[in-house]
Design a protein around this ligand. Structure first.
Ligand code: GRF
Length: 193
């Protein structure tokens, strides 16, 4: 088999999208392998899940770096390079990036966002979609560029917003789609490299 593309997944919390990518990569026909799961928060639940799946799980704690976000990112970047990572998948990585990391991985860093971008970038996407009376929601995988939740869209999935939906119900419905969309879009992306 030809060499699979080495992917690192960056998380900050529970890591259900990371888990979906790890699961997809368990299929030998998947064109990528997850070689590293990295979190800026040592307490992220996803680190435990990754380690249990036999993936290297690394915390690069942001706290010792204080306000120097670029120094933190340089430590992350060094960890990625040391493992021969080729593509970075942000999956619930809850820290805004500096131009350093964005530029270092330009064209090779993807993110998933739980809205139909360009609608509802940033936080509280489901609450805002419900408050606006939207009838449809969804998720987007896009390339990471300087602006938050901007960058060329690589794939989207849509779900209906149903009468009586709460944020929780809507986020569960979207999350199910996120897991499928991210794995499929990442596979398609690395095939095109
Ligand atoms: C997901 O909704 C993702 O789209 C957003 O943050 C959430 C992370 O969830 N960026 P998980 O950690 O992947 O479970």
């Amino acid at each position: 088999m030809t060499q699979r593309t080495k992917v690192a997944v960056l998380i900050s919390g529970r890591g259900s999208n990371m888990e979906a990518l790890v699961r997809a990569a368990q299929d030998p026909a998947c064109p990528f392998e997850v070689v590293l799961v990295l979190s800026n928060k040592p307490e992220a639940g996803g680190l435990v899940t990754a380690a249990e799946a036999g993936i290297e799980a690394l915390a690069v704690d942001q706290r010792p770096f204080g306000k120097d976000r670029e120094a933190h990112e340089r430590a992350i970047d060094a960890a990625l390079r040391a493992r021969g990572v080729e593509v970075v998948a942000l999956a619930g990585y809850m820290r805004i990036l500096t131009p350093f990391l964005v530029e270092a991985w330009a064209g090779r860093m993807l993110n998933i966002h739980p809205s139909l971008l360009p609608k509802y970038p940033g936080l509280d996407t489901h609450g805002r979609a419900l408050a606006a009376g939207e009838v449809e929601a969804g998720c987007t995988v896009h390339l990471v560029t300087a602006g938050v939740d901007e960058g060329p869209v690589l794939g989207q999935a849509r779900v209906p917003i149903l009468p009586g939906d709460t944020e929780h119900m809507l986020s569960d419905r979207v999350l199910e789609q996120e897991h499928q969309l991210y794995a499929a879009t990442l596979a398609e992306f690395v095939r095109g490299l």
